[in-house]
Design a protein around this ligand. Structure first.
Ligand code: SF4
Length: 211
């Protein structure tokens, strides 16, 4: 099936900005693209991930976790302590491959993300040798101001609600620029261009996936 004009335009812009881009019809297709076309090009002995509903929806992580030849650093693990989770997230910055999503993708090919702790935004910037991002068409926005608005008044409130955070946005659905100790909006990354080219690979998926 040919890609929608929206995905095609974003793909062309991301490619101009140095990202490797792949198109998928749905999450199951994104998984095939990942295992057939992306993973064989990456040394992937040590893998980790940052929170992303879209990435989880592909099933990629489950398959990597089931492969005894791959060490996956579990950055979310209810059976361990908060201190151990932070230590694992530090180690995740030195992996061969880091998987995550993006809060927004601008039509001119920038990745826009906002984190509470910074483990995901840090990994996008530097550390893991390769990063693979899974993003639905709903993440594509016209420009940077729209991306920031999308993150603050859509994704962040829904994420706060999803994680049962006692923040005002979890109730209202929009940002109050709060000073809550549980504020989930602390550190941004805006990646204009991928350096070195091809370090970040973006799988754009038709339809609405993630928040
Ligand atoms: S700054 Fe506070 S109110 Fe605004 S989206 Fe983030 S957590 Fe919610």
């Amino acid at each position: 099936m040919p890609a929608s004009p929206q995905l095609q335009q974003a793909a062309e812009a991301l490619t101009r900005n140095g990202f490797d881009v792949y198109l998928a019809n749905e999450p199951a297709h994104a998984k095939l693209v990942f295992f057939d076309r992306i993973l064989p090009t990456i040394k992937h002995k040590l893998v980790s991930w940052g929170d992303s509903l879209t990435m989880h929806s592909t099933g990629v992580l489950d398959e990597l976790l089931a492969d005894p030849a791959i060490e996956v650093i579990k950055t979310f693990d209810p059976e361990t302590t908060p201190a151990e989770i932070i230590e694992r997230r530090r180690r995740a910055l030195l992996t061969d491959l880091f998987l995550t999503g993006s809060n927004a993708v601008t039509a001119d090919g920038k990745l826009v993300n906002l984190d509470m702790i910074g483990n995901r935004t840090a990994a996008l910037q530097f550390g893991p040798k390769k990063v693979v991002i899974f993003a639905g068409a709903n993440k594509i926005v016209p420009d940077l101001p729209t991306a920031i608005d999308r993150v603050k008044n859509h994704a962040a409130p829904l994420n706060a609600k999803r994680h049962n955070m006692p923040t005002p946005c979890a109730k209202s659905g929009y940002c109050h620029d709060c000073s809550s100790p549980k504020r989930i909006c602390n550190t941004w990354t805006i990646i204009d261009k991928c350096f070195p080219p091809g370090r970040i690979k973006v799988v754009l998926i038709e339809g609405e996936w993630g928040l």
